[in-house]
Design a protein around this ligand. Structure first.
Ligand code: RB5
Length: 148
């Protein structure tokens, strides 16, 4: 699986940790920045990862900022993106099973890198459940269409 990853300065250390973790597990990871702990603007990186997923260059995306809130707001403005801000394994699993989330967002000032690895693993291992949730996704797609 091809995964796009991005962060701002607050999430840089966590991004590097998760990138190595994913590569060790055999995933192909496209790092869209940032590339140091120097202060940057999270919308730049949130947009880059969301567009990579929206345009099909990456199957899934991971975004990290301080709280995860800014990256979630940005990513969910891109059509086709269902970015889920997750703080634990339960929300990670539910975001895949119920929402078919295609971007996982986490806060580096909220979670430790070890907690993030666990959440990421659960998120990648969980599948969309379909059924009644499919109709709800169709309703979300309609919202994308009215923004175009
Ligand atoms: C950066 O200081 C911080 O605002 C950012 O990482 C994020 O938490 C925004 O939502």
């Amino acid at each position: 699986m091809n995964i796009a990853i991005g962060s701002d300065h607050a999430g840089y250390f966590a991004k590097e940790t998760l990138k190595s973790y994913l590569e060790e597990k055999g995933y192909t990871v496209e790092d869209l920045g940032c590339f140091s702990e120097e202060s940057v603007h999270y919308p730049v990186y949130g947009k880059a990862v969301a567009q990579a997923v929206s345009q099909g260059q990456a199957e899934k995306g991971i975004l990290i900022c301080g709280t995860g809130i800014g990256m979630s707001i940005v990513a969910n403005k891109i059509p086709g993106i269902r970015a889920a801000l997750c703080h634990d394994a339960f929300t990670a699993k539910a975001s895949r099973e119920h929402n078919d989330a295609n971007i996982l967002v986490m806060g580096a000032r909220v979670l430790t890198p070890e907690q993030m690895k666990l959440i990421l693993e659960v998120w990648l291992d969980s599948q969309f459940a379909g059924g009644r949730h499919s109709q709800r996704l169709e309703m979300i797609k309609e919202l994308d269409d009215c923004r175009r």
